[in-house]
Design a protein around this ligand. Structure first.
Ligand SMILES: Nc1ncnc2c1ncn2[C@@H]1O[C@H](COP(=O)(O)OP(=O)(O)OP(=O)(O)O)[C@@H](O)[C@H]1O
Ligand SMILES: [Mg+2]
Length: 512
């Protein structure tokens, strides 16, 4: 009641001035420094807040030496489908900690947000933050080292926690009440580099590359490069591109942001999504050739409809994000373009975090714009191929528990003889193995049979294609040899040019 009375009687300006004066007096006489770490810092999520929360939750749960909570009340949370339980400080609870012999106090503050008359986006209903209290005489030496310690510790906890997060932008560009455009679920894909069937040498190369990247903070700083790396995975469906991404995430302990480009309407929306990704993450765009008209680098028609016409393609100089390009700072109506995507991976905005991996996948590398493929943009092109003999050995081991020594030499050489020509994907091979996993001999017999059949079919198809090609060539030759009919040369010259132009464009696109 007294508070309501105070609010109604005392004008807000006076109340504010009084509060400020009181704070100044308090600061003069207090022997402590206070640091506020709020959950949202302007537009961005404050990574330090998350780190502190993780650090304190582990301290609170294990009640390590030196850490004491002022009350026995802790909040417990377990996310949907998550296997980890997180301890947290309850609202407005305190916890004291000791670092390098200096004691500090943390307080978790949750206050209801003042109702606002206007806001650009819905804000969370409450303001959350931690207050760190350090004695003024200890503050100069300890603060920086302590915060660094907390950040490292939080990263370690995150890594130990087996649950990675998988984020999607299925809501399009709209934000939730905490200002996040991404929705997350615990990521539990069991694929690892051990279970991934591919050439072992190539696999080792990729693993070393990933390890070098994760440990390369000093290298990237020294060379003046942004701490990010791009991988392009290409190959037919079912060769393990998505499994490879999961294996990468499990190997490095990174979260995955699965970016659905068709849900993003404008380049600025794309940029906002990028800004809201955290470091130590893999940003994935699957089937990039299907998600966007990647040859269209021109301004779209402004209706939000993508312009797929041939006449609009291949404009602009490839490879360079165009400064001042209307696409890059559009008013909100333009649909997403290639230059927007290139800026996303490569422009200045792509460096608004660090330690990030971009992975694009495609079934048709020949359909991609050279701008996307140029070196420095996608650092490594990884071909996921049909099942080879070394890949088959990995599948036999994971699905049947068969070591190479367990397979009879005859069967082994029979398999080796047909596997390449059969052109079967690891997904197809694993289907046969799963079906017969109770009986290894039967599985191998059936697999051999399927591979042989597939090899025969492939040979027949290849022969038919060859005959058709020879016939086409002969027909073309006949057409060139025979004299031109009618007087169409003067009139139809332009058409000839048009046809030739289209043909060369098809060739450019890599249609073989
Ligand atoms: N190289 C591989 N090693 C192990 N398993 C594989 C491999 N490739 C495919 N598989 C199996 O096949 C299934 C499908 O593979 P995956 O989704 O990774 O293929 P993809 O290349 O991403 O296909 P798409 O191009 O259709 O997206 C996986 O669940 C996995 O079990
Ligand atoms: Mg896939």
């Amino acid at each position: 009641f007294s508070q309501t009375l105070l609010h109604t009687v005392v004008p807000p300006e006076l109340r504010f001035a009084f509060l400020k004066l009181f704070q100044r007096l308090f600061n003069c006489f207090s022997s402590y420094c206070y640091y506020e770490i709020t959950e949202i810092d302007g537009v961005n999520t404050n990574e330090l807040y998350n780190a502190v929360q993780l650090y304190l939750s582990s301290s609170a749960s294990s009640s390590t030496a030196g850490t004491t909570s002022s009350s026995n009340r802790l909040s417990l949370t377990r996310g949907l489908n998550s296997s980890a339980i997180t301890f947290g400080l309850a609202n407005n609870d305190r916890l004291s900690d000791v670092f390098n012999g200096v004691s500090v106090v943390w307080e978790h503050n949750v206050t209801p947000r003042q109702s606002q008359t206007f806001s650009w986006r819905p804000l969370p209903e409450e303001k959350r933050g931690f207050t760190l209290r350090i004695n003024k005489r200890d503050q100069p030496g300890i603060l920086e080292a302590y915060l660094e310690f907390i950040t490292d510790k939080a990263n370690e906890i995150r890594r130990k926690n087996q649950d990675r997060l998988l984020y999607t932008n299925s809501r399009g560009g709209s934000l939730d009440s905490r200002g996040h455009p991404w929705e997350s679920v615990p990521f539990k894909h069991p694929s690892t580099f051990e279970t991934l069937a591919m050439d072992p040498i190539k696999k080792r190369e990729i693993m070393c590359d990933l390890r070098d990247f994760a440990d390369g903070q000093a290298f990237y700083k020294r060379t003046g490069r942004a701490w990010k790396r791009g991988y392009l995975l290409y190959g037919p469906p079912g060769t393990g591109k998505s499994s490879m991404i999961a294996a990468m995430a499990n190997f490095l302990g990174y979260d995955i942001y699965d970016l659905e480009l068709t849900e993003v309407n404008t380049n600025s929306e794309l940029r906002k999504l990028l800004m809201k990704t955290s470091s130590k993450s893999i940003i994935v765009i699957e089937d990039i050739d299907c998600s966007i008209n990647l040859t269209n680098r021109k301004k779209s028609n402004g209706t939000g409809v993508r312009n797929d016409s041939v006449s609009d393609t291949r404009s602009g100089s490839p490879g360079i994000p165009i400064p001042g390009d209307p696409d890059n700072n559009n008013g909100g109506n333009n649909s997403i373009t290639l230059s927007g995507l290139l800026n996303f991976t490569d422009g200045l905005w792509s460096c608004c975090g660090s330690e990030r991996i971009f992975v694009f996948t495609t079934n048709h590398i020949d359909k991609l714009d050279p701008a996307l493929l140029r070196s420095g943009r996608m650092d490594m092109h990884i071909h996921m191929s049909y099942c080879s003999f070394p890949s088959l050995l990995i599948l036999l081991k994971t699905y049947l528990g068969c070591e190479p020594g367990d397979i009879s030499p005859d069967v082994s050489s029979d398999l080796a003889a047909v596997i390449d020509e059969a052109e079967m994907t690891p997904a197809d091979v694993s289907e046969v193995l799963i079906k017969n996993r109770r009986d290894n001999d039967k599985a191998l017999r059936e697999l051999l049979e399927v591979l042989r059949k597939k090899k025969t079919v492939n040979r027949r198809l290849r022969r038919r294609r060859l005959v058709a090609e020879v016939e086409d060539e002969a027909e073309e030759k006949r057409a060139l040899d025979s004299p031109k009919e009618g007087g169409g040369a003067a009139n139809g010259g332009g058409d000839d040019v048009e046809v030739n132009y289209k043909k060369s464009e098809e060739e450019d696109n890599g249609i073989d």
